[in-house]
Ligand binder design. Sequence first.
Ligand code: SAH
Length: 395
Amino acid sequence: MSGLAKVILNAGKEQSPKRFHPWIFSGAINRIEGTVQDGDVVEVFTNKGEYVCTGHIQNGSIAVRIFSFQQVVPDESFWKEKIEKAYNYRKAIGIIGNKETNAYRLVYGEGDGMPGLVIDYYNGSAVIQAHSVGMHSEKEKIVSALKAIYGDELKSVYDKSKESLGDKYNEGVENGYLFGEDNVKQVLENGNTIKVDWEEGQKTGFFLDQRENRKLVGQYAKGKKVLDCFCYAGGFSLYALRGGASEVHSVDSSKTAIKLTDDNIALNFGSGAKQTSHVADAFDFLKDNQGQYDIIVVDPPAFAKHRDARHQAVMGYKRLNALAIQGVKPGGLIFTFSCSQVVDKPLFYGAITAAAIETGRTVRILQYLSQPADHPISIYHPEGEYLKGLLLFVE
Ligand code: SAH
């Protein structure tokens, strides 16, 4: 009736979507009635003809990304309502309308009922990353929704989907402004001024997911000598200095990242900050600077993007954290993280335990760390949890 192609599931395969899990795997599909192209909206039915859900179809292991469990017409008002919900949720918990912070993740895929879509908001500019062809094809409706929600506050919308769509699906896709143009590329995060370059920077331009953990580093930093490994824009370094650190060393292998760190330190503290930046491999830097630091932050990029790289990744976390645990001063703290979705909490904690054993030092877990509330995890989609960390006290 709707004119949409129908995906018919194998018997029993409706159990997962009936528990609101938002993915249909290709193996669950019996047949497709109608013709489909990557990105089309489809309706999913049981093998007995009962409607189950609606989503975007795409060739691959995750065949349908579900955005509704009710029959709907995904028009402009549908997406506006969805994005408005995401906006209102963040307003309700104090992330939006906050005087100290004007950068946050507005839409986090499955966590906001919009699989395949990420929108980060940077002080008047929205940066979109579509991870599915379907979400990318909704972009004009998404821009209209953003304009309606933010009004004059919205100065530009930048589409940065070329990388997130992946080489298989990004032919002919270029990053660029969908609305407005280059706007002030500077945000406020818990009172820290931060330059964000979404055009040239990594991911959408900044790692918003460490906001709470950076704050925690700031709270422990007074009088301490701090090492910020994998510093990117220097987020942890800024909070450490604001928290009264006696000295901060920031390390990243990318020259562009270190330039960004230097700019951010200067923006916040002028030229007199007790901070130095180092373009270096963090493993080597840790090896060469043992016994110097009271606090070490270890926030590497995802060591594994796929399951087959998981073992290597775990070995990497172990080696890196052994260097940090071995190297921190007695009574020191380590903030250690993994953002690899395929390395889950038990695996990551296991790698840190193995690292601690190797050093023989007494190590306590002060706190379990995670991702902030603007990266929400749907209770029906535990895979949405990707950032995990530990705060360790090392004797
Ligand atoms: N801590 C940052 C985010 C880190 S992202 C924040 O709070 O925003 C990971 C960073 O690690 C990137 O900037 C990347 O350039 C850097 N990197 C990757 N491999 C590295 C290595 N071997 N040594 C040092 N830095 C590395």
